[in-house]
Design a protein around this ligand. Structure first.
Ligand SMILES: Nc1ncnc2c1ncn2[C@@H]1O[C@H](COP(=O)(O)OP(=O)(O)OP(=O)(O)O)[C@@H](O)[C@H]1O
Ligand SMILES: [Mg+2]
Length: 263
């Protein structure tokens, strides 16, 4: 279990004021789950993910992964960002294998493992290509393979498909559903898109505008249906899906209106 308990974060703004980015966020991410955080820009989603990755400390509260407190970055958490962070001078295969080098794994074993992951994301034919020879979607697939390489306990993904065109984005969602169901990895995923959240999450949490709080939680089955059928079309046009999309839209608007009343 990854357990976030009452996570609160204050930043010191440049004028010295304290800016509260997160307000007592509690969230459990059990084995095998796919948890999606949904919220408008600036509501603290990246702050939450960065705290889970160990990139920034909480002001109050705690985060533990399988019982161990998170106090810094570690190989037990694989991170994928919106912008790829591949090394341009290394091949696709070497980029994926890089994380294993530090784990002291032999060169042959590193290449075998990296090749296996490239097959998982459908890039086995591009192992020797350079990152600049790939499309944006392909680069994000390399990023997913690289994050999976050290066999982390959880994948943390911060709007990984946010910069992609809508068709590539849908393909990437399907790919990620298949990666999730084939590896059984826990995933924590951030998005602005209600549809993306509904397609991917076994649990969707909706966050309020700053300071980010969780204002609604939904347990969903759409992603399991999509994993089973290999096609999201029937799910996306179902009454259950379109109804929930409107419900969530209303929740987001309502929490924005409340913010305007307060400020
Ligand atoms: N290092 C920092 N110093 C001061 N304020 C910060 C810092 N990082 C984030 N913030 C503030 O905290 C709030 C939450 O930021 P965060 O990046 O977590 O939002 P977000 O939900 O990821 O937004 P987006 O969807 O645009 O990526 C924002 O108001 C931001 O200005
Ligand atoms: Mg962000």
């Amino acid at each position: 279990m990854l357990r976030i308990d009452q996570a609160t974060v204050f930043f010191a703004a440049r004028d010295g004021r304290a800016v509260q980015a997160l307000d007592r966020v509690s969230l459990d991410i059990p084995e095998g789950s796919f948890v999606v955080a949904l919220g408008t820009s600036g509501c603290g989603k990246s702050t939450l993910l960065n705290a889970m990755a160990g990139f920034l400390p909480l002001s109050h509260g705690s985060i533990t992964l399988d019982g161990r407190p998170i106090i810094g970055p570690g190989a037990d958490r694989g991170v994928v960002f919106q912008k790829d962070t591949l090394l341009p001078w290394k091949s696709v295969l070497d980029n994926v294998a890089l994380g294993l080098k530090f784990a002291g794994i032999s060169r042959t074993e590193r290449r075998d493992r990296a090749m296996e992951l490239l097959r998982l994301v459908g890039l086995q034919d591009f192992a020797n290509a350079a990152p600049y020879e790939l499309s944006g979607g392909m680069r994000q697939r390399v990023g997913i393979a690289r994050a999976l390489a050290p066999d982390p306990a959880i994948l943390l993904m911060d709007e990984p498909f946010g910069a992609l065109d809508s068709m590539t984005r849908e393909q990437m969602q399907e790919l990620l559903v298949s990666v999730w169901s084939r590896t059984g990895k826990r995933i924590f995923f951030i998005t602005h898109s209600i549809d993306e959240a509904l397609v991917l999450g076994t649990q969707v949490v909706v966050m309020s505008p700053r300071p980010g709080r969780i204002v609604a939680r939904f347990d969903l089955d759409f992603v399991r249906t999509i994993a089973r059928d290999g096609d999201p079309r029937a799910v996306k046009t179902s009454v259950a899906f379109t109804g929930l999309r409107e419900d969530i839209r209303a929740i987001i608007h309502q929490s924005e209106d409340q913010k305007e009343l307060v400020s």
